[in-house]
Design a protein around this ligand. Structure first.
Ligand SMILES: C[S@@+](CC[C@H](N)C(=O)[O-])C[C@H]1O[C@@H](n2cnc3c(N)ncnc32)[C@H](O)[C@@H]1O
Length: 338
């Protein structure tokens, strides 16, 4: 597909990422989960009368949107959920991804890792560049405390991570700091170093659904101090969209590896719409990701579902989609959306 020059949504200039939620469903019920803006599984598991929005896009619709937005300059696409590998659309979408250069854009699957050993054969044959496994726990007891998971899951998750390393170009881990895993954070860092996978350490993003739940949030300062003590190099990145982050190069298997720490204290990126936003006082994430979900809506902000754009009517109309998204984003960054 040709790259759109001017007049398009100009994602390259805006930076940020496209997060494509393939399903709101998940086997786990993590207490903190923002579910990319949909009602979290923790709630739907316990109250069957509360249901997520209905699916409005099929695999071809998702692929058209992804190909259109990468052609217009989006350089990072994440497949998320819910648990994306639970979606019947995961396989046709990931198998339908075109071959591409990582210098043009990257595609990353974010997963709990629970079904990785089963899914790796077909995943390895796709154009997926990276798998990012959420590892917020290092024992079955912590899975129970954080995610309401089934006993025995940690062995399955670790087996999935270790098999993925041989099958997928890049494998990374991500770890959300919280009181429930404070006793396991050093084990998870050591595990990532043993495997030589990258690790991203994140702080809690508050939403209406997780506020007041699950114990206090843990800031990243102590972990950054430890990483600084073992790092051969460190830098702070505050430019671009999203929250500021600290990037440490540390010794690991095969030489050196990167551990990145998202640090809310470094600030975040706000645009025009944020100026008058009532959610701004508790906004952690800032303007960072465009979220496309299976209900066919595209959201420039996790905390403002009222500012979603319904894109399903453009499912097979790349030019119409690009024009609609571009106008919506322009209005969002200028602060003129109602
Ligand atoms: C919503 S999950 C969905 C993908 C997959 N099921 C998983 O377990 O990674 C995607 C990512 O969002 C992160 N996440 C979810 N809720 C969050 C919150 N409140 N603050 C920060 N990160 C969060 C998760 O840790 C995970 O890395």
């Amino acid at each position: 597909m040709p790259r759109f020059a001017g007049g398009g949504a100009d994602f390259a200039r805006r930076g940020g990422q496209l997060r494509v939620s393939l399903t709101p469903r998940c086997q786990l019920g993590c207490w903190f989960c923002h579910n990319e803006g949909e009602i979290p599984p923790r709630i739907t598991h316990h109250d069957r009368t509360i249901r997520p929005r209905r699916r409005a896009l099929d695999a071809n619709d998702f692929l058209t949107a992804i190909n259109t937005m990468t052609a217009a300059g989006i350089s990072r696409v994440f497949f998320t959920g819910g648990e994306p590998l639970l979606s019947p659309l995961a396989r046709p979408i990931l198998q339908g991804l075109p071959e591409h250069e990582m210098s043009d854009y990257t595609t990353t699957l974010i997963t709990s890792g629970l079904t990785l050993t089963k899914d790796l054969d077909w995943l390895a044959a796709t154009a997926l560049d990276r798998i990012k496994v959420s590892l917020h726990y290092f024992s079955d007891a912590s899975i129970a405390a954080i995610a309401e998971g089934k006993p025995g899951d940690i062995a399955k998750i670790k087996a999935g991570i270790e098999s993925a390393i041989d099958a997928i170009p890049i494998v990374e881990l991500n770890l959300l700091l919280q009181e429930q895993n404070a006793h396991e954070v050093m084990d998870i860092i050591a595990y990532a170093r043993e495997l030589g996978t990258g690790l991203q350490i994140i702080e809690l993003v508050d939403t209406d659904h997780n506020q007041g739940l699950g114990g206090g949030k843990v800031p990243s300062g102590d972990i950054s101090a430890y990483l600084r003590s073992i790092a051969t190099h460190g830098e702070v990145i505050t430019s671009g969209t999203g929250q500021g982050r600290r990037v440490f190069t540390v010794p690991g298997r095969n030489g050196s590896m990167t551990i990145e720490v998202i640090d809310a204290a470094l600030g975040r990126h706000h645009v025009g719409q944020c100026g008058t936003c009532p959610a701004q006082p508790h906004c952690i994430e800032g303007f960072w990701a465009l979220r496309l979900d299976s209900a066919g809506e595209l959201s420039p902000c996790l905390l403002r579902p009222d500012l979603r754009l319904y894109v399903a009517p453009y499912a097979q109309d790349p030019a119409g989609l690009l024009a609609a998204v571009s106008a919506h984003l322009d209005a969002f960054t200028e602060g003129t959306l109602q």
